[in-house]
Design a protein around this ligand. Structure first.
Ligand code: SF4
Length: 357
């Protein structure tokens, strides 16, 4: 298959366009039409000459991915199931197309002039395997390439303007850091996504956080903590088993010192598991003296798990404990729950291409 538009280095695609009879700057025009205006076929790119559009359609596929399924939630969130071509990992290995999910979340207020938030995935499956999350149930199949991360923005942009991005979809972003950074840089200028408009959520592998901090990361960092207790974190975040919570927090401190951007600590509230007053007090103790916000996320149900969703009263009680300890606590009741598009509900579809349950 020929490389698609976003797979080309900027200088190389300019040369390719000239070979195809176009002008170098028209490569930028095509990218702006795709990412900035959400045009998903060359035919609709009226800023390019007709002949060139026809040539590009056969010589430089606009996208490598296709939309397989679109699911709207009652609150307006839209989940896209996207399929990417198979990539051979080793000679003779069975290859199957990779499927991931991307979510387009329009602003709450009707008639808002703000754009949507897009939630993108970075891996096909997730190696972290948190027991409350659908994304890790099938393990890790492969990393997404930079252009595959960028193409999710293009599909989402076709649904409407975008003003924020959260890298909170399928996968652990810091385990695919190079492709994530390259993917974000492919879309940054066309979508005007500066560092304050992109949040990357990680379970906080200390070395990865430090490496990211040293690489001019143009994003905000959220670290998913989920509990103040080491034994419970080893259970809730299995890939971090044995990594002391204090090391995770120390890496977060280093991030803050290197970037000047505060870390948000995320905490999925699981009824009867990690939502007691004692948990809140111990969490406050862990974070004492740190400049950080805690983002509480009431659990979003998935069929494979028996965890419970906390009541609004218990969420408020937990948040109140943190606030009395002088921490900033926010609550995120996720959008898209009835469309299985909320935090922890995204999943890799099966290899046959059937839509997720
Ligand atoms: S919560 Fe995040 S890190 Fe954990 S399995 Fe799901 S996608 Fe992976």
């Amino acid at each position: 298959m020929k490389p698609s538009l976003l797979q080309w280095e900027p200088a190389a695609i300019e040369r390719r366009l000239e070979e195809l009879g176009g002008r170098a700057f028209q490569a930028r025009v095509a990218r702006a039409e795709l990412l900035g205006r959400g045009k998903l076929d060359y035919e609709g790119m009226s800023a390019l000459p007709k002949d060139l559009r026809r040539t590009l359609a056969t010589e430089v596929p606009l996208l490598s991915s296709i939309e397989k399924l679109r699911t709207w939630s009652s609150d307006g969130a839209c989940k896209l199931l996207l399929e990417f071509p198979a990539q051979s990992q080793s000679p003779g290995a069975r290859t199957v197309p990779a499927q991931v999910e991307t979510v387009f979340i329009p602003p709450h207020e009707r008639g808002s002039t703000k754009g949507a938030t897009v939630c993108v995935s970075t891996q096909v499956g997730c190696p972290v395997a948190c027991p409350f999350c659908a994304s890790g149930k099938a393990g890790l199949q492969r990393n997404l390439a930079a252009h595959e991360i960028a193409e999710q923005f293009a599909h989402a942009r076709a649904l409407g303007p975008i003003s924020r991005a959260v890298v909170m979809g399928i996968g652990e972003p810091l385990l695919n850091l190079d492709n994530l950074l390259a993917g974000l840089s492919l879309v940054r200028s066309e979508l005007d996504l500066g560092a304050r408009k992109v949040t990357v959520s990680s379970v906080g592998f200390p070395e990865r956080v430090r490496r990211a901090a040293q690489n001019d990361p143009r994003f905000q960092l959220a670290i998913s903590l989920h509990t103040p207790d080491q034994e419970q974190r080893d259970f809730l975040v299995p890939a971090m088993r044995g990594v002391p919570i204090e090391d995770v927090l120390a890496a977060g401190d280093e991030w803050f010192h290197a970037t000047g951007r505060e870390v948000t600590y995320e905490y999925v509230l699981l009824a009867g598991t990690n939502d007691s007053e004692g948990h809140a007090l111990r969490l406050a103790e862990r974070l004492r003296g740190r400049r950080a916000t805690v983002n509480l996320i009431p659990y979003n149900p998935i069929e494979e798990s028996t965890f419970g969703r906390p009541t609004p009263e218990s969420v408020a009680r937990f948040a109140g404990c943190l606030e009395r300890a002088k921490l900033v606590a926010t609550v995120r009741w996720s959008r898209g729950v009835d469309g299985q598009a909320a935090c922890g509900q995204l999943r890799v579809s099966n290899a046959s291409g059937a839509p997720p349950a």
